[in-house]
Design a protein around this ligand. Structure first.
Ligand SMILES: [Zn+2]
Length: 123
């Protein structure tokens, strides 16, 4: 019982990404930070380490998260737009669809795209 309590107390957060860590983790599973169980001789040494090692990585991690979120948002928006477009095209008659595609792709490429959409919508 006492052992479990002790283990719970040893749960820490990754200094870089603030992910919760099990004591056994050698490397943060979220950001890959490896110096999780570093020991220091003084609080000054610890402070230096935080400034030189942790802080730059923290900044990098936060900006990479922002970029990742932007990519996900852009991707999700494109997906929604694409599905909406497909849905609209699906409501057209084959003649209307051909006209639309001619406007976009020019007559030369239309057959290829037209066949693709007709196959896609089974019409
Ligand atoms: Zn981390």
């Amino acid at each position: 019982m006492k052992k479990v309590d002790k283990e719970n107390n040893l749960k820490t957060k990754c200094p870089v990404c603030q992910c919760e860590l099990e004591n056994i983790d050698k490397e943060c599973p979220c950001c890959g930070f490896k110096e999780l169980h570093k020991e220091f001789n003084s609080s000054q040494e610890k402070k230096k380490w935080e400034e030189k090692v942790v802080f730059p990585l923290k900044v990098l991690w936060q900006s990479s998260q922002k970029i990742y979120e932007q990519v996900v948002r852009r991707y999700e928006k494109a997906k929604q737009d694409f599905l909406k477009a497909l849905n609209s095209i699906g409501k057209l008659t084959p003649q209307e669809r051909q006209r639309l595609l001619e406007e976009f792709y020019g007559a030369a490429k239309v057959k290829l795209v037209f066949d693709f959409f007709n196959n896609y919508f089974n019409k």
